[in-house]
Design a protein around this ligand. Structure first.
Ligand SMILES: [Fe+2]
Ligand SMILES: [Fe+2]
Length: 297
């Protein structure tokens, strides 16, 4: 058990490299009336490596655009301002959470594979449900477990014990964190999202993806979508959060919340959905490659 846990974790958060400065500029441009695609394009172009990655992602299978986009203005026009800002935040998050030289970390590659898979699967579920929420959900999926990186950076040796316990006793990461640290990655993730001043939905997804019904009414559907995507990512072997034994997808709060919002979910063939998700592998691999490219070399 660690005393003054929140205070100490927040000190770790303060030591992380900040989000690239253009992210703050993009978020305030989105809040204002001037979220014109040219303004957004101009801000992104100030960060050339970010601009390059965003263009790669815009042209990836994830968006399935009919024609290649070659300029930022074109990309913003095709994908929309919100989606573009989300992409920049994704690249920024991966960059900020990269391991500094000489610092021991958990297996970040495996961690990001799980996160990317969750984001991609969330988008696929949205597509299947014809839900309009696809835009920001990829990012919310990508960042849902960032608290784990924070806890690992806070006390790497202790977090290693958490991961060992998860495997040894076949329990969830959440349970192992609670047992060893007395707090868990969901809380730490929401503190980081707040610190980065990301929109509320990301704070709630990080905070409640393991306790969907605690989310606010406003964001409960988004939280449920990511929670389900997280579960499916683990079922399709993109694991991170630990044990999946005995989990019945249709019995989860996430599934129930979504079924209420999207009645066709009641007829969803979960086994088929899980099977179909294997075909998302190329999308997951491609996104992973692009995000890795956003790391400083
Ligand atoms: Fe989690
Ligand atoms: Fe997860």
């Amino acid at each position: 058990m660690i005393e003054n846990f929140r205070e100490k974790v927040e000190q770790t958060i303060d030591l992380l490299p900040p989000m690239p400065s253009i992210v703050g500029q993009l978020l305030s441009a989105l809040k204002g009336d001037d979220a014109d695609f040219r303004v957004i394009g101009r801000i992104i172009s100030k960060d050339p490596s970010m601009a390059m990655n965003v263009l790669k992602i815009a042209n990836s299978a994830l968006f399935g655009l009919a024609q290649k986009v070659t300029s930022l203005d074109q990309a913003v026009m095709m994908l929309g301002t919100n989606e573009m800002v989300s992409l920049c935040i994704s690249c920024g998050a991966v960059r900020s959470l990269a391991a500094p030289q000489g610092v021991r970390t958990m297996d970040l590659e495996r961690f990001w594979r799980h996160s990317v898979a969750t984001g991609v699967i969330a988008k696929i579920i949205c597509r299947q449900l014809k839900a309009s929420r696809g835009d920001d959900l990829y990012l919310a999926g990508l960042t849902h477990d960032v608290g784990a990186v924070v806890l690992d950076r806070f006390k790497h040796d202790v977090y290693q014990e958490v991961l060992d316990l998860t495997h040894r006793e076949n329990i969830s990461v959440l349970e192992a964190e609670q047992r060893i640290m007395g707090a868990s990655h969901d809380a730490a993730g929401s503190w980081l999202m707040q610190k980065w001043q990301l929109p509320e939905v990301f704070v709630e997804v990080a905070a409640y993806h393991h306790a969907v019904t605690r989310a606010s009414q406003k964001h409960m559907v988004a939280v449920a979508l990511i929670s389900l995507a997280d579960l499916l990512a683990r079922l399709t072997l993109h694991g991170f959060d630990g044990n999946m034994d005995g989990v019945v997808v249709t019995d989860t709060d996430a599934f129930k919340v979504l079924r209420k919002k999207y009645p066709p979910m009641a007829h969803l063939d979960v086994v088929k959905l899980v099977w179909d998700l294997h075909s998302a592998q190329p999308e997951i691999d491609e996104m992973e490659g692009i995000l890795k490219g956003s790391l400083p070399s």
